[in-house]
Ligand binder design. Structure first.
Ligand code: SF4
Ligand code: SF4
Length: 139
């Protein structure tokens, strides 16, 4: 319903830091692509053809677009009709990571660090304050 509510005003894209720095991502386009895909599914079902083997991710929205999102929430705050392009981006990215194992290799290393070290870095939690010990020793 969010996609049908979008007025296509573009305020979300005007505030998006990814878009402003030249990345391919436009939250306005995410909403419009979602609506286009919904309409396509509706038509194919009413024609009784079954699944048309097309997908929102890959067919309309690229991985490059969803991976450019910083999750900053600026698009959500800018929207005058209180709809949420970020929610669609996160759901697509979650699917790509958890179902398709399609995240970039550098992200997978970070995910593994979060799992084993409870932080994005490769250091063990016990070693996190070593830098402070080194400062003490320098005194
Ligand atoms: S949450 Fe993502 S899409 Fe929305 S403004 Fe931030 S970077 Fe752009
Ligand atoms: S700000 Fe809201 S209504 Fe305007 S284009 Fe973006 S999602 Fe659509």
């Amino acid at each position: 319903m969010d996609a049908y509510t979008c007025t296509e005003c573009g305020r979300c894209t005007a505030e998006c830091p990814a878009n402003l720095t030249g990345k391919k991502l436009s939250p306005r386009k995410i909403m419009m692509d979602t609506r286009d895909r919904m309409e396509e599914i509706g038509k194919s079902r009413s024609d009784a053809k079954g699944h048309d083997q097309k997908f929102l991710l890959g067919g309309f929205i690229s991985k490059e677009e969803i991976n450019a999102c910083t999750s900053c929430n600026a698009c959500v705050e800018a929207c005058p009709v209180l709809i949420n392009p970020l929610d669609i981006i996160l759901q697509l990215r979650r699917y790509e990571a958890m179902e398709a194992s399609g995240s970039p290799a550098s992200w997978n290393a970070m995910f593994q660090n979060v799992e084993t070290n409870a932080a994005p870095w490769k250091f063990s939690p016990q070693d996190r304050f070593n830098w402070a010990e080194e400062l003490k020793n320098d005194r």
